[in-house]
Design a protein around this ligand. Structure first.
Ligand SMILES: Cc1ncc(COP(=O)(O)O)c(C=O)c1O
Length: 401
């Protein structure tokens, strides 16, 4: 026991030395634009509550009512007795939203990726995965029997050459549609063209696109006017849809296979009904109130412009996710602390979440923010700075314009 503890202490020390140790932040309030942490008020820029729906009274009410009806847990997997009519209603709703034939709920987006990527691929198959895909896709690939080949981020030419040179019985091309750490958009049309040409299945993870992109908020396919093609959508309920849970939407045959083969679906207690009802109500509000996505995207544009005006490196973001690129993990952590001192919670994102040397502060802009919140951030970065003391002497060099 002591030897283990010593070993693990050594691991923690090494994380400290590399500025890679993580810590938990515990707000005392819900995910509003302003939250309280240890009694101090912060403007929140690190939540995925993009449309402000997880704290919406009608979403909360729907969740409470379903909990009254079905209890706080469904206490079994869907295949035993953990299904409710609400689960089926949400699956139908999500299939329609994503213009796919059918949908299957999972307990999280993470488990949806794991389930999909391990359900039917074998060792003759190949997963072609964007180099910057989310950890849940990486882990799905690790658990899958298939070989994984990485292509350069958003580079269809590189993908094409890999598709030419890699023999495979079946091919899966996997990409996020909006990348979680960069806020950029995948070249979906090119990926689809390659999938069709090489007989591959295109898996798009819409975790950060659902609720934000397209006139109806349905995501990247809606934005690009794509309805057909060999496409499977993975999504989460835990971001714009104000709840918790994940899903896969695709053709009926695939979904039927997942029901019998996706281990993260079969061996997992189903989502509780309160979460399902919250997502259903969120979808209704997302469709009825397009101002939410418009506001989040337009405030994000203001933030991006302001960052560039202050001579920080421009990012490729075109969405509600706005990275402030720093590079070094220690400098990113220092800036994270400076933001906190100034009353802004926007966390440093460091390896292994992002590649070595690309640490950053990531801002998630929500519909519940306003111009003043954006100006607050920009004021910390730019000439409107109240005084040099606010940022302190150890600010990473070159960050002040
Ligand atoms: C691209 C992407 N896929 C999947 C997930 C996992 O979703 P969940 O939080 O529902 O497990 C996330 C969450 O961070 C994500 O960013």
């Amino acid at each position: 026991m002591t030897r283990w503890t010593d070993d693990l202490r050594g691991d923690l020390r090494r994380l400290d030395e590399l500025s890679l140790r993580r810590s938990i932040v515990t707000p005392e309030t819900g995910q509003e634009s302003h939250i309280s942490v240890q009694g101090r008020r912060y403007t929140l820029f690190t939540s995925n509550n993009y449309l402000g729906l997880s704290t919406h009274p009608e979403v909360i009410e729907a969740s409470i009512e379903a909990t009254r009806t079905y209890g706080t847990s469904v206490s079994a997997s869907r295949l035993l007795c953990g299904s409710t009519p609400l689960h089926e209603e949400l699956e139908a709703r999500l299939a329609a939203l994503k213009s796919r034939e059918a949908c299957l709920l999972f307990s999280s987006g993470y488990l949806a990726n794991l389930g999909l990527m391990t359900a039917f691929l074998d060792s003759d198959d190949v997963i072609f995965s964007d180099r910057l895909n989310h950890a849940s896709i990486v882990d799905g690939g690790r658990l899958s029997a298939a070989k994984v080949v990485l292509y350069d981020h958003c580079d269809p030419d590189h993908l094409e050459s890999l598709l030419h040179e890699t023999p495979a019985k079946r091919r899966l091309i996997v990409s996020e549609s909006v990348f979680s750490m960069d806020g950029d958009l995948a070249p979906v049309l090119e990926l689809l063209e390659l999938a069709e040409r090489f007989g591959a299945l295109l898996v798009l993870d819409e975790a950060h696109a659902t609720g934000l992109l397209g006139d109806d908020g349905a995501g990247a396919l809606s934005l690009l006017g794509i309805s057909d093609g060999p496409i499977v959508i993975v999504g989460t309920l835990s971001k714009a849809l104000g709840s918790i849970g994940g899903f896969v939407a695709g053709d009926q045959t695939l979904i039927s296979l997942l029901v019998s083969r996706a281990r993260s679906f079969i061996f997992n207690t189903a989502l509780h009904a309160g979460a399902v009802a919250a997502a259903l109500e969120s979808i209704r509000l997302m469709e009825a109130e397009p101002w939410r996505r418009e506001r989040s995207l337009s405030l994000a544009r203001t933030l991006r412009d302001g960052i560039v005006q202050r001579e920080f490196p421009p990012s490729k973001s075109v969405t509600q996710i706005v990275p402030l690129m720093i590079g070094d993990a220690e400098e990113a952590l220092a800036l994270d602390s400076r933001f906190r001192e100034a009353g802004v919670l926007a966390r440093a994102i460091r390896p292994p979440t992002v590649p070595e040397g690309t640490s950053r502060i990531r801002f998630n802009v929500m519909a519940t923010h306003d111009e003043e919140d954006i100006n607050h951030v920009l004021g910390i970065l730019g000439p409107d700075l109240p005084g040099p003391d606010l940022l302190g002497p150890d600010l990473p060099p070159g960050l002040l314009s």
